[in-house]
Design a protein around this ligand. Structure first.
Ligand SMILES: Nc1ncnc2c1ncn2[C@@H]1O[C@H](COP(=O)(O)OP(=O)(O)OP(=O)(O)O)[C@@H](O)[C@H]1O
Ligand code: SF4
Ligand SMILES: [Mg+2]
Length: 374
């Protein structure tokens, strides 16, 4: 049994004109002291998945189906009292954009002490203050700075404070939602090093949410690739880099800048993620996929396992775990057109896509519908 088992999680938001299913059947595990990356383009449901795990969805959101087992206990079914005791002390979260969420008129030390006093009634004020000092030193801040105010800290230091706050109740799992976005690369590297250190020293399990694959490769053991509210592929980071099976995973991999080839722009993914209010039928990636077939447009691909822990949902992957080449597949005209844009097997660069005016606002590739080019 893994420490965290997310099973068939479905999250919906009520909107004035209807309902949006932001997370649709997400399944993955996080083992003790394991770091798992949650990756995908903006709007694919990463934050929503994290908030659902924490049961901290906004008012218009709800978990419509599925379970979140933490140490075998289902957080989805848990009553508010026991849930409050578990939250922060067993699992905690560093929110997206958190470093700007510190209260500007309260000393940072008091803010970090607050969850300790709130969730651990046996700890005295003095004990909490002492623990804040230890936490500050753990995350690389001098304990004398407990009395300072947020404006006296740089962005990177404020993020360290937020990490200290997430660790305040000694949780076993921490979710970091884009913990290094908005920080410059040097500070980003320091924060990632810190997270890695905490993981090895405290045996912390971690879910790291990011759209930056280089962050995942440096920090995580495994990754869950999400597309439009669903899981496209899951596997060890090494396996996903070495042998991505889902065409979307491979596109994501190729969208990372190549430091050895500075004259070449990283390849983009043509089009945009679809609207989740009316997502595409079948495989949601089919309007952007150069492997798409008629079956992709009709049927959602069932998830299958290949190597232990390597799971993928894609019709182009054969039963022996090989992704067939577009030339072996009965492609949709749209996929053929996409493949033609990319005759050497490489996707067009961002420049090519933009210059050719290929990307339309609705997420389809301009001039290419599932029926093919006009
Ligand atoms: N409170 C809300 N009400 C309605 N829709 C929401 C709400 N919160 C999120 N959504 C929608 O749910 C989908 C998933 O959003 P989410 O914030 O989880 O994406 P994300 O992967 O974290 O994106 P990003 O990388 O930009 O942070 C999006 O379509 C978003 O518009
Ligand atoms: S081949 Fe089909 S199932 Fe696989 S990613 Fe492309 S559209 Fe989806
Ligand atoms: Mg997010």
């Amino acid at each position: 049994m893994a420490l965290l088992e997310v099973r068939d999680l479905v999250v919906e938001f009520d909107l004035p004109g209807g309902r949006v299913r932001a997370v649709d059947g997400v399944t993955f595990d996080v083992g003790t002291a394991e770091a798992v990356g949650l990756v995908g383009e903006s709007g694919c449901g990463k934050t929503t998945t994290a908030l659902a795990i924490m049961r901290l969805l906004p008012e218009n959101g709800r978990i419509a189906a599925g379970s979140v087992l933490f140490d075998g206990e289902d957080l989805v079914a848990m009553k508010p009292g026991p849930l409050r005791r578990k939250r922060w002390s067993d699992l905690s979260i560093i929110f997206q954009g958190a470093m700007n969420a510190l209260n500007p008129v309260r000393r940072v030390g008091d803010q970090v002490a607050e969850p300790i006093l709130l969730h651990e009634p046996t700890v005295t004020r003095r004990g909490a203050w002492r623990r804040v000092g230890e936490l500050f030193e753990l995350v690389g801040i001098n304990r004398d700075r407990r009395r300072d105010y947020p404006h006296q800290f740089s962005g990177g230091m404020r993020q360290r404070v937020m990490i200290a706050m997430a660790l305040a109740n000694r949780p076993r799992l921490v979710i970091g939602d884009e913990p290094t976005t908005a920080l410059d690369v040097m500070v980003q590297a320091q924060i990632l090093e810190l997270l890695e250190l905490l993981r090895s020293e405290l045996g912390l399990a971690m879910i790291l949410i990011t759209h930056d694959l280089s962050v995942i490769s440096e920090t995580c053991d495994r990754a869950v690739v999400m597309y439009a509210g669903q899981v496209a592929e899951t596997g060890t980071v090494e396996e996903l880099y070495r042998r991505p099976l889902h065409p979307y995973t491979e596109r994501l991999m190729r969208s990372v800048p190549d430091i050895g080839n500075i004259r070449r722009l990283p390849a983009g993914i043509p089009g945009h993620p679809p609207s989740l209010v009316r997502p595409p039928s079948g495989c949601r990636f089919h309007p952007r996929c150069d492997h798409a077939m008629e079956t992709c447009r009709r049927t959602f691909p069932a998830e299958r396992s290949f190597e232990p822990g390597h799971r993928v949902a894609c019709h182009a992957v054969s039963d022996d775990g090989r992704r067939r080449a577009p030339s072996e597949l009965p492609l949709l005209p749209s996929a053929r057109a996409l493949a033609q844009l990319d005759p050497l097997g490489e996707m067009p660069t961002l420049l090519d896509g933009a210059a050719a005016g290929l990307v339309a606002a609705d997420g389809e590739i301009e001039g290419i519908s599932a029926e093919g080019p006009p």
